[in-house]
Design a protein around this ligand. Structure first.
Ligand code: ADP
Ligand code: MG
Length: 260
């Protein structure tokens, strides 16, 4: 009758079976080499909306390189990146960074010094009369900085700047947020409080988050899932509790042993 069941994926599913939805972000078999040295070695990941995945591993293991490829500011030698089941990048096809709906947040916050706090947060929003300043106020309020809109970055503490950077990253409602060691520039005593506040905002927004860190404590505190990375490879993946209690090998156990 015009439609063969075998060609219709929804009809061909058994009754009561859910139509499988692709992950929000999927990375398949990414490989990156620098000068013949393999720095990211067959990394695969999948992240769902509302989920925080921590890419955890020692300095130099390839975390930032992985993030840069997903953001589109570096190009993999092999592998592919998918958002909601759509290919955004492989070795022949490439959607540019600004069209990926992927937000970025790095260690040094990098606020624009010549723009006010409100202008910083509004930066990724459409310009002109349609610019959604209510969204800016909502986010400033949400990071406990209502009233800070007219101030400039140099008038803010490190923690306050970090919160502005978070508001700026979330303002355009990115489908995915990549965070590279976002707390490491902060005073140690402030970090846990800011981690908790950041996490609750991320959960409220429902963003799919890939957070890079070299601190096991941070991953334990923030992750729904940890991907443990070493020498360019993901050596273990799972819920924080499971990884902590059943590390895959001696090195993984050692990595977690000095957790504070
Ligand atoms: P991590 O973020 O885990 O500390 P990186 O991804 O920054 O690690 O780096 C992984 C390895 O790749 C390091 O040995 C680093 O020196 C090397 N590397 C990173 N970027 C480049 C580059 N553009 N050219 C050459 N080597 C690089
Ligand atoms: Mg790094």
């Amino acid at each position: 009758r015009g439609c063969y069941p075998a060609l219709n994926p929804i009809k061909s599913l058994r009754q009561g079976q859910r139509v499988p939805t692709p992950p929000r972000l999927e990375v398949r078999n990414l490989i990156r080499r620098f000068d013949g040295r393999t720095v990211v070695d067959d990394v695969s990941l999948a992240i769902e909306p509302g989920q925080v995945t921590c890419l955890l591993g020692p300095s130099g293991c390839g975390k930032s390189t992985t993030l840069r490829m997903i953001a589109g500011v570096d190009m993999q030698d092999q592998g592919s990146i998918w958002v909601d089941g759509k290919l955004i990048c492989d070795t022949v096809f490439r959607i540019p960074p600004e069209r990926r709906a992927i937000g970025l947040m790095f260690q040094d916050f990098a606020l624009f010094p010549h723009l006010s706090v409100a202008e910083n947060v509004a930066f990724g929003l459409p310009k002109g009369a349609t610019r959604d300043m209510r969204r800016v106020e909502e986010l400033l309020d949400r990071v406990s900085l209502s009233g800070f809109g007219p101030k400039f970055p140099h008038e803010l503490s490190g923690g306050e700047q970090q919160r502005v950077a978070l508001a700026r990253a979330l303002a355009p409602r990115p489908r995915i947020l990549l965070m590279d060691e976002p707390f490491s520039g902060l005073d140690e005593r402030l970090r846990d409080g800011i981690r908790d506040d950041t996490l609750s905002l991320l959960k409220e927004e429902g963003t799919a988050v890939l957070l890079v860190t070299h601190e096991p404590h941070e991953a334990m505190r923030m992750a729904d899932e940890i991907a443990l990375m070493r020498s360019g490879r993901i050596v273990q993946r799972g819920a924080p509790y499971n990884i902590y209690n059943a590390p895959v090998d001696r090195a993984a156990a050692g990595f977690f042993s000095d957790i504070n």
